[in-house]
Design a protein around this ligand. Structure first.
Ligand SMILES: *[C@@H]1O[C@H](CO)[C@@H](O)[C@H](O)[C@H]1NC(C)=O
Ligand SMILES: *[C@@H]1O[C@H](CO)[C@@H](O)[C@H](O)[C@H]1NC(C)=O
Ligand SMILES: *[C@@H]1O[C@H](CO)[C@@H](O)[C@H](O)[C@H]1NC(C)=O
Ligand SMILES: *[C@@H]1O[C@H](CO)[C@@H](O)[C@H](O)[C@H]1NC(C)=O
Ligand SMILES: *[C@@H]1O[C@H](CO)[C@@H](O)[C@H](O)[C@H]1NC(C)=O
Length: 146
């Protein structure tokens, strides 16, 4: 019965299958871009995109935020109905062409309450997701570097 001949499950095939699942379903907390800032600063959350594309849809969410959207851009405009009030008037989208293969979303005047993991999904020629971990110092805390 040729039709039902099974492919032998070799160890490397099993590893390949499990790696495929892991990379689809999980992201590790060590993945992504780390951003540190002091209260009052402006930060860029970076969204990877296909090079030389035009952003059609951009979704920026923060893990655990309710409502979850920080920014939703689609149909050639920012959808004001789904914006989280915490980010009202503090968020702006930098350029919609993706010449460099990335688009920045600028969050201004950050506070400690903006800290968290942001997932940015961009649809231009393809669909890409970027993880940004933002850590804003508490008032009075400092990142004493150097
Ligand atoms: C980001 O921080 C995590 C731990 O906080 C670290 O494991 C990871 O390597 C950092 N990533 C980069 C790109 O620096
Ligand atoms: C954020 O990115 C924009 C361009 O995308 C740049 O003009 C600006 O200086 C950047 N701001 C910060 C705080 O890095
Ligand atoms: C996006 O922001 C980052 C960090 O501020 C900066 O290094 C990068 O050049 C910016 N990218 C673009 C396309 O402006
Ligand atoms: C930044 O936010 C703080 C409150 O978090 C506010 O008091 C201050 O006026 C804001 N600054 C600007 C320039 O919007
Ligand atoms: C952060 O959120 C807490 C609880 O909602 C609030 O009491 C506090 O004033 C906020 N801090 C800043 C700097 O906005």
């Amino acid at each position: 019965q040729v039709l039902f001949r099974t492919v032998p499950l070799t160890p490397s095939l099993l590893l390949c299958i499990s790696l495929t699942f892991l990379s689809c379903l999980c992201f590790s907390p060590t993945d992504g871009i780390n951003i540190t800032a002091e209260p009052g600063q402006n930060v860029n959350l970076t969204c990877r995109a296909a090079k030389n594309g035009e952003v059609k849809v951009l979704k920026l969410i923060r893990v655990g935020l309710d409502p979850v959207y920080v920014l939703l851009y689609r149909n050639n405009r920012i959808d004001e109905t789904v914006k989280n009030p915490q980010f009202q008037d503090r968020i702006s989208l930098q350029y919609l062409s993706t010449a460099d293969g990335e688009v920045n979303v600028t969050l201004s005047n950050v506070t400690e309450n903006d800290s968290g993991t942001y997932l940015c999904k961009v649809m231009d020629k393809m669909y890409l997701q970027t993880i940004n971990h933002l850590h804003v110092a508490r008032e009075g805390e400092c990142f004493c570097s150097g």
